[in-house]
Design a protein around this ligand. Sequence first.
Ligand code: PA5
Length: 354
Amino acid sequence: MDAKDPLTEKLDDTSAILALDTQGQFGMVAGLGEQVREAYGAARERVEESPHEVGGVVVAGMGGSAIGADLVRGVYDSSLYCNMETVRNYSLPGWVDSRTVVFAISYSGNTEETLSCLGQALERGSRVICITSGGRMAALAGEQELPLITIPSGLQPRAAIGYLSIPVAACLEAMGLVGELEDDVRETAAALEDLAEAYGMDRPAADNPAKQLALKLHGNIPVIYGAELTAVAARRWKGQINENAKTLAFCNEFPELNHNEIVGWERPADLQARFRVVYLEDRETHTQNLKRMELTADSLPGEVIRHATSGASRLARVLSACYLGDWVSLYMAVLQGVDPSPVERIEELKRRLG
Ligand code: PA5
């Protein structure tokens, strides 16, 4: 029998992985299907039908607390009759008023940019909905009797993507902004459960696409490209690789990157070999964007790594694409020998900001 190479051996050593993963992030990721199901059930119980006219939807959040709402927007955007925007900063746009629904989402409840937007939304009389596990946001929601969706504490925000995204979708459903979600949620949860088997740590690298991809990306700088539905998945991959594997990664989307970044691939020539491009493809992509992806691949360094979404609903397709990135980032952490959970630089910066 051929001996495994040392890196593959690392990925298949489950007891070493469990020892490295001090906060149980592998287990949390493996449970995402159930998290999605639970988050939908809990939100449906909590959220009342309120089909009155909405002037616009804003989501205020940062990092792991913002990406879930981006995902919801990416999935349901084309069926929304009003604008939906994510604000990753301290100030709300000028158009936000009393007809705007503002979701303030902070896993910890203490993120200053999000709290600042929440304060502005209250001043403008917007319809505020808070999603948090506690902190100052939960306290404020209690004091002011704001609608509050409380999610379980003790996780890394990025591992709570089901709790941070599905309630937003459930609220949009209750407001009549999107159609019935139950089928989408059911399909998505089941797909994630199947994929947890295919990508999980017990599945050897020889038969595990997530481990194989991590081996290809290890030691390099991943550049993740999406288009339309998969643009948000590309962003999620980037964030997950940054935070879990503590590794630089970049993302962009078609067709925009054809109008600038494509030229940037000309230089510096000596760094080209250190990048690995991943395409996240979806069958419903505009034919011209598909053509752009093919033509662009010719001018990129090395072979483009491709992953095509699978599933019927847009929710299942995009969350499954994100899910592969979640696992890849965890295995990249293992290959580096780093614990995927702690994000000391983020915490330290927050401490220094006061
Ligand atoms: O993943 C992380 O830890 C960060 O991206 C956080 O989500 C981000 O700093 C915002 O914090 P919170 O999610 O608590 O609002």
